[in-house]
Design a protein around this ligand. Structure first.
Ligand SMILES: C[S@@+](CC[C@H](N)C(=O)[O-])C[C@H]1O[C@@H](n2cnc3c(N)ncnc32)[C@H](O)[C@@H]1O
Length: 281
C-alpha cells in the first residue's frame, strides 16, 4: 500500500480509504488534469490511410504539432491498424486485450468488467462484443461494462461511461455508484487498466506516475473485485517495474506478465495480469 498517496477520511460513517494524492501533507481536492499521452499508439486514430499520410506528414496538425513521419509510416503499415479499421475497432489496442483474453480466458458471459483509461474505446468495444451472445457490437449484452477515462469517449452501446480522473476521490465514488444495482454493490469480475500518463522522459517522474496509477488500480481491485476475479494493468519496463511485480505477487494468487504481439516490440510497454485475490494477512 502506498502510504505517500493514501489518505483516510470519514464517509458514510465508515473509515474511507481515499486515493486522492497528498501534496505537501494537504489533501488536494481538485487535481489539475494531467497532460494525456495522445501520441500513444493505443489512442491514435485508426482512420489514417496512405492518402492522409501523404497529406499529414511534415504538416502541422490542428494543435500546431508536426506529425512524425516515421511514426506515421509505421502506423499506416501496421497490420493491427489495418485489422482494427476492417473490424471496426477504434484503436489497434483491441488486439492486445484480445490476445490476453484468448490466452488466459479472462472474459466470460455475465461478467462485470471495469475498463480504466477506456478512451477511445477499443478495449470496451472488444469486451462488449465478447459479452454479446452473437459477438455483436450492438443488441443483447450478457454482463456489464463500465468505462472510465479523463478524456471523453464516443458512446458504445451497453457501456456505461464515466469521465474523470481516476486519482480523484469524487471520480472513484462515481465509479462505485455505477456498480450499485438494487441498492447493492456488484462485485467486479475483471478490471482492465490501460491507463497511461503522459511520459515526460524523466525516468523517476514517469515511474512515479505509472506506479501511482497501477497501485490505485490494485487498490480498487482489492476493494471491489470478486475473490476469484482478475486485474490487467499496463505498465512499462524500467524503474518501478520490479516494485509493481512485487505488489502483484503480494496481492494475487497467480501473476502473469504478458507482452501481446500487438504491443510494439520497440516499446517498453508491457502488461501484468493478476488472478485470484490473496486473503489479507
Ligand atoms: C492508451 S489509452 C487507452 C486506450 C484504450 N484501452 C482503448 O482500447 O481504446 C490510455 C488512456 O488512459 C487515460 N488516462 C490516463 N491517466 C488517467 C487517469 N488518471 N484517469 C483516467 N484516465 C486516465 C488517458 O486519457 C487515455 O485515454
Amino acid at each position: 500500500m502506498r502510504f505517500g498517496a493514501v489518505i483516510f477520511a470519514l464517509g458514510r460513517g465508515k473509515l474511507y480509504l481515499s486515493h486522492a494524492p497528498i501534496i505537501g501533507g494537504v489533501r488536494k481536492t481538485t487535481i489539475a488534469r494531467m497532460k494525456v499521452n495522445t501520441k500513444s499508439d493505443a489512442s491514435a486514430p485508426v482512420k489514417v490511410g496512405a492518402k492522409a499520410a501523404t497529406s499529414l506528414a511534415g504538416k502541422a496538425n490542428p494543435k500546431g504539432k508536426k506529425v512524425n513521419k516515421a511514426w506515421l509510416h509505421e502506423h499506416i503499415n501496421d497490420p493491427y491498424v489495418k485489422l482494427a479499421k476492417r473490424e471496426g475497432y477504434r484503436a489497434r489496442a483491441a488486439y492486445k486485450l484480445k490476445e490476453m483474453d484468448e490466452t488466459l480466458g479472462l472474459i466470460k458471459p455475465g461478467d462485470c468488467v471495469v475498463d480504466l483509461g477506456s478512451t477511445p474505446g477499443a478495449w470496451s468495444q472488444y469486451v462488449r462484443r465478447k459479452l454479446s451472445p452473437a459477438g455483436a457490437a450492438a443488441g443483447e449484452l450478457k454482463g456489464r461494462i463500465i468505462g472510465l477515462d479523463m478524456l471523453p469517449m464516443e458512446p458504445i452501446e451497453g457501456v456505461v461511461f464515466i469521465q474523470g480522473d481516476f486519482r480523484e476521490l469524487e471520480v472513484l465514488q462515481k465509479l462505485e455508484q455505477a456498480l450499485v444495482t438494487d441498492a447493492r454493490a456488484v462485485a467486479v469480475d475483471l478490471v482492465i487498466s490501460d491507463m497511461a500518463p503522459n511520459l515526460s522522459g524523466i525516468e523517476s517522474a514517469d515511474a512515479a506516475r505509472i506506479t501511482d496509477l497501477v497501485e490505485l488500480a490494485v487498490e480498487f481491485a482489492q476493494k471491489h473485485m470478486k475473490p476469484e476475479g482478475a486485474l490487467v494493468v499496463k505498465l512499462f519496463h524500467g524503474s518501478g517495474y520490479d516494485q509493481l511485480v512485487k505488489l502483484f505477487r503480494a496481492t494475487f494468487k497467480v501473476v502473469k506478465p504478458m507482452k501481446p504481439k500487438a504491443s510494439r516490440s520497440n516499446s517498453s510497454e508491457t502488461f501484468l495480469v493478476g488472478r485470484g485475490l490473496k486473503r489479507p494477512d
